[in-house]
Design a protein around this ligand. Structure first.
Ligand SMILES: [Zn+2]
Length: 260
């Protein structure tokens, strides 16, 4: 499921290929059971251009200062695909047709993604109750937010209302690097460990942003290449284990992630 770095890679595609082109039409593919813009919302985009893009956590925005904007949630499997001409990707649920040949498709095989038309990204973030973006939040604020989270550290990291952008995969990686047991209570970790957790979260996300979310560039000593039950921990040789934490499957090293 796309998290902050994957969403950022999708945002960059709009930034690189879709700015400053007049929108001529918005076409919908097979959209049953999906939250996609209705007729009025589609009409609001026609005649406008995207002049900038933004991202907050996993929400991707494209629009103009005075609006309108689109906000895209990729869901489980969604992606944004700029292309030229008629060479549309399969599972295109929304296609924005710009002047000339350029198109932007929202591809979404599993239908859990959404595209909406909104007036203002800041108002949207506030109304959605999203926490600060995981790459924007500083250590002090991170300690404050996590320090009052009574639930499991993994669940707190993944709660978009606390910190926006981290999901299942990169919360596991962050906890792995910090040596924190996924079920440890965030509020009991203490300030020093929370600062370590913040630094490791930034390290993980920062590396992936630098690599434009290309998983082939993930170092061998990360959990990711060994993220399977019974694998040997690249760090300590311990055993990679899985368990359910807050309804999600956590992978962790049973040996060096001992904080409880
Ligand atoms: Zn280990």
């Amino acid at each position: 499921m796309p998290e902050l770095p994957e969403c950022e890679a999708n945002r960059r595609r709009i930034e690189d290929a879709c700015l400053n082109r007049t929108i001529e039409a918005v076409e919908l593919g097979e959209v049953r059971h999906m939250d996609l813009p209705g007729g009025n919302a589609q009409g609001r985009l026609v005649g406008h251009q995207f002049t900038e893009t933004r991202r907050h956590g996993k929400a991707i925005f494209a629009g103009t200062k005075s609006g309108p904007w689109i906000v895209v949630h990729l869901g489980m499997t969604g992606s944004l695909r700029p292309y030229d001409g008629e060479d549309a990707p399969d599972y295109a649920k929304v296609t924005i047709r710009f002047e000339g040949e350029r198109r932007l498709a929202f591809r979404c095989p599993r239908k859990l993604g959404t595209v909406s038309v909104i007036d203002d990204p800041e108002a949207y973030v506030s109304e959605a109750g999203l926490g600060p973006d995981a790459m924007q939040v500083d250590a002090d604020r991170f300690v404050e937010i996590m320090g009052r989270s009574r639930g499991a550290a993994k669940s707190a990291l993944m709660a978009q209302t606390k910190i926006a952008g981290v999901g299942n995969l990169w919360s596991d990686e962050t906890l792995y690097r910090a040596g924190v047991y996924p079920e440890a209570r965030a509020s009991e970790l203490g300030e020093k460990m929370l600062r370590t957790l913040h630094a490791e979260m930034r390290h993980v996300l920062g590396h992936l942003l630098e690599a434009n979310a290309d998983y082939s560039r993930i170092p061998e000593d990360w959990l990711f290449p060994s993220r399977d039950e019974g694998e040997a921990c690249p760090r300590c040789g311990g055993t990679i284990t899985k368990s359910k934490v807050g309804g999600r499957t956590a992978y962790f090293c049973a040996d060096h992630q001992k904080t409880a």
